[in-house]
Structure formats: C-alpha cells, structure tokens
Write a protein that binds this ligand. Structure first.
Ligand code: AMP
Ligand code: MG
Length: 506
C-alpha cells in the first residue's frame, strides 16, 4: 500500500515551529553565497508546510552529501527538506537574477518560489548547493503564488535523475515532499517542495543581473566566485575573465551536444535557465523526443517553436552572447577590444559543439575514436535524414542498431517503411565494423518516455506512488536491458503522441 498524499481540502497552516533536533541541527550548511554575494542574496524563509509527507528520497545522493537517509525520513528530517527546520548557522536566501525569457529581457526575475538553503561539501570535497523549489512566495514572486504542485516536482525528480543516469551533467533531485497545502492551477492540486542539489545556481541570468546594477566590483566578485567554483583553471590564465567565458562556452557546447544525442528537449532555454557550471537546470516543460524531427516542441507556451529540439544549439549560442555582453567590462578596459575578445571566444562555440556532437555520434554508431570526422559526420547526418523521413523513434533505433552490429539488422530495419535508403545506409555503416558492446554502453534502452512519465505523475498525484517507483528504477539504469520491462522501452501509443504538450512547472 502506498500512502494517500492528497490533502487538498485542508487550509494552509501559517505557524513555523522551531525544530532543532537531529538531523537538521547537525547538517553543516554553509551560507557561502550569502556571504560572498550579499547584493544577490535576500535572506528569506520557507512557508510552513501544514502536513509534510515525504514522497521520494534519493538515498544514494543523500549519502553522497553526508546526510543520513534514515534521519531524513524522520519527522525532523522531512521538516528540514521543506525548509521548516533550518540548521543553526544556515541562512536561507532567495537569489536575485535577471534573464531573457523567450527573447524578452526581464531585469528582475530571481527565486520567486525557491530558496537556497545553503552549501554542503560532498564526499568528494565538492561544494554543492542545497536548494528548495516550491517553498513559498518571496519578494521575487512577481504575482506568482510561490508554490509548486506534486506532479511537476516529481517530474523534475524523474527526469533529472534519468539525465544523471544517462551521464549528462545536471542538477540532482534529493527529495520531493508533499506539503499538505493545495496549490491552485486550473484545479486544486496537492502542493510539494523539491529539494534540489546543484554544483551551483549561478546562471547566465545571474551575470545579467550583476551587470545591470552597474556595479562592476559586484560583477567581478560574481565572476571570481564562478571561477573558483566551476572553472578554476581560468584563474591561471592571463585574462581570467575571458578564460571563464571560454570555459562556459565549452561547457554549454558539450552539454547541448549531449542533449541532442539523447533527444532531450529542454523546452525553456531562457538565460536564467542556462548554468555557468554546464549542468542542465530547471526541468519544466522538458521531454524526450520520440520520432526524430528537429521541429519537435512539447511546451504549451512555446507556440513559435523558439526552443524546438533542432534549435537548441543556436539558442545556447544566443544565451552565451548574452553572457558575453554581461562580462564585457571585465574582459578589457575599452569596449571595442572587449567585444573583439568576446566575439572570438563565442566563435568557438560552433566548432566545439560540432566536435562534441560528432564524437558522441561516432560512439552511438559504435565506430572507433580514430575515425575521421569527415567520415562520421556525413554518415550521421544522412542517418538523421532517414530517421526524420521515416518518423523513426530516436531511442529505439540507436539501441536496435546494436543488434544490427551483432548481425541481426531486423530490429533496426523494421522501424522503417521505406527500406531502400536504410538498407544502403546499413551496408555502408556495417562495413566500418561497429562495436556492438560499446554501442550498448551509450545508447539507452530506457528513457523517461512522456506517456510513462504522465502515467506515473497522475498516479502519484492521486496517491499511488508505485508507478513512479517503478519508472525511477527503470530510468536510473538506462543502459541495462532487463526482462519484463518491454513497455518501458516502447514508444508512446499512437493516440498519445502528436498532441502531447507539457506545461511549465508552475
Ligand atoms: P522557471 O520557468 O521555473 O525557470 O521560472 C521563471 C521565473 O518565474 C523564476 O523567477 C521563478 O522563480 C518564477 N516562478 C515560476 N513559477 C512561480 C510561482 N509559482 N510563483 C512565483 N514565481 C514563480
Ligand atoms: Mg528557472
């Protein structure tokens, strides 16, 4: 039996009880961001959750952070996870940032429904942010209610953990706790808080905000924090801020290439959702593409297709141009040489993206590393044209190609109606002697397919957490084909597909 978690009828509680017993009292949360960048950190508190119930806890991640999973499951632990029991010494803040949303600039976004609880040092000695999403209104809420619903928070949990298992840099999900407070969207929905872990929450939008204050010393301090935390090699460079910029360009080029290689559509690549670390962040209307098509859009608010699958590299480059504009005062004393340096650095995005994509494709096709890009590139491009023309499922095809490398071409071939093109392609590719075992290590069997995610979230919202647990188990071991899981590997039924829309996680 799974616990019912919907308590929509209950009025929201208002009192915050001070709970200081273990584990919150022992969690060594630092207030580093608040100390280093006070101009961008507004001390704030989470709204009291009237009846917090833990829905899902990431035990391996908790252990990585030095947190005791058993303690987190206890009453005090759950209060800690919704921000209602703050360890002594911690100073939760709402972070200020700006951003271009769908191309339009907003000088003041910030954490409108989130809080940075503080920083932890993980088992590897890395500093990680512990952050809450859905923790209540802040001075940055701009008319929003500051809350989040169970469905979208579980969605971020599932998809970010799937991305991590696929080897793609991403923020992680530590826990989702139902608050017992209804949130009102089109209907009343059960509310929740996601506890998120990131190597930081510094975004392109953080730099836009610092730049817009006109305070160059703040901008420099922000850049120094980013260098120390994410790109320490830049500190050794002659022009450390240019080196920082180059490092972010490289990190984003590599990240977006990895999205493209698994068919991930982020859905809302605003500059406030582009990290300096190169981690994927803010899983709102994201989804995995099934039939290959560059025009694929799932987000209900992206009517113009700005953030379509095939546009993602261009948008990443556009976002990086906005970062360059913000950094100009640090790159050189005069504007003109600063612009020249920025342009030269940004020019490297395209070749870096192409190299990362081509290397990833070479691995997906099981071809040796030494193989010339000039051979891999056209072979891969031609394949994508065939996949698009045949409306072939991206994930199924690449996995089936592993069987083709073992001599059984049927699973891959049978995904096409028009066989002439694919037969010629399979012959050319087969002649390069692809390595099937290597392919199975990079081509997932299981991704969080949209219909399965929706099914799991709907059940969870109604109180049944079992489908969610099963889905999580499957997508966090994506490369390992296991018996009995066929339905998790199959594309959505026809009646689900074309009209599928995702909604921003509000
Ligand atoms: P997102 O689409 O999650 O990246 O959010 C974009 C901006 O809108 C950020 O400043 C969020 O804090 C803010 N925001 C999103 N949803 C809400 C909400 N329900 N209440 C207040 N602010 C929100
Ligand atoms: Mg965001």
């Amino acid at each position: 039996m799974t616990p019912a978690l919907v308590r929509c009828g209950r009025p929201a509680g208002r009192t915050v009880e001070r709970v200081t017993s273990a584990p919150p009292s022992t969690v060594p949360l630092d207030d580093r961001f608040a100390r280093e960048l006070p101009e961008m950190a507004l001390p704030w508190h989470a709204e009291a959750a009237p009846d917090p119930q833990l829905l899902v806890l990431n035990e391996p991640l908790a252990a990585e952070l030095g947190l005791d999973p058993a303690a987190l499951r206890g009453a005090d632990g759950v209060r800690f996870l919704v921000g209602n029991a703050v360890p002594p010494g911690a100073r939760p803040v709402a972070q200020a940032y700006a951003g271009h949303q769908f191309g339009g600039y907003n000088p003041r976004l910030g954490d409108g429904r989130a809080l940075l609880l503080g920083e932890l040092v993980d088992a590897d000695g890395r500093v990680r942010d512990l952050h809450l999403k859905g923790s209540g209104p802040t001075p940055f809420s701009r008319g929003g209610d500051g809350f989040a619903a169970v469905g979208p928070m579980l969605r971020e949990y599932v998809i970010s953990e799937a991305m991590h298992a696929l080897g793609i840099p991403t923020t992680r999900a530590l826990a989702v706790v139902a608050t017992g407070r209804p949130v009102y969207r089109e209907t009343a929905l059960p509310g929740a808080v996601l506890a998120r872990v990131a190597s930081s929450h510094l975004r392109v939008g953080s730099f836009q905000y610092a730049r817009s204050t006109g305070d160059v010393e703040l901008l420099r301090r922000l850049a120094d924090v980013a260098i120390e935390r994410h790109h320490p090699a830049a500190a050794e460079a002659e022009n450390r801020y240019l080196a920082l910029y180059e490092a972010v360009v490289a990190a984003q080029a590599s990240l977006v290439a990895q999205w493209m290689l698994v068919g991930f559509v982020h859905g809302v690549m605003n500059t406030d959702n582009a990290t300096i670390s190169g981690e994927t962040i803010d899983y709102g209307p994201c989804a995995f593409m099934e039939a290959v098509d560059p025009a694929t859009v799932y987000s209900s608010i992206d009517a113009g297709g700005r953030y379509a699958y095939g546009n993602q590299p261009l948008i990443a480059e556009w976002n990086l141009a906005r970062l360059a504009e913000s950094l100009l005062p640090l790159l050189a004393e005069e504007q003109e040489p600063a612009v020249e340096l920025a342009v030269a650095a940004l020019t490297r995005f395209r070749p870096q993206y192409s190299a990362a994509w081509t290397a990833g494709m070479r691995a997906k096709l099981g071809l040796p590393e030494g193989l010339d890009d000039a051979a891999t590139g056209p072979l891969a491009e031609e394949l994508l044209e065939l996949l698009q023309a045949g409306h072939v499922d991206h994930t199924s095809f690449f996995r089936a190609l592993g069987s083709a490398a073992r001599g059984d071409v049927d699973p891959a071939r049978n995904l096409f109606l028009d066989l002439a093109g694919v037969d010629t392609w399979l012959q050319r590719w087969g002649a390069l002697e692809p390595d099937a075992a290597a392919m199975d290590r990079v081509n997932p069997v299981y991704i969080p397919r949209n219909h399965l995610v929706e099914e799991a979230l709907e059940a969870a919202t109604g109180g049944d957490l079992e489908p969610l647990g099963r889905l999580l188990d499957v997508v966090t071991r994506p490369f390992e084909e296991r018996p009995g899981l066929d339905r998790y590997a199959a594309p959505a039924p026809e009646d689900f597909g074309a009209a599928y829309r995702t909604f921003c996680g509000t």
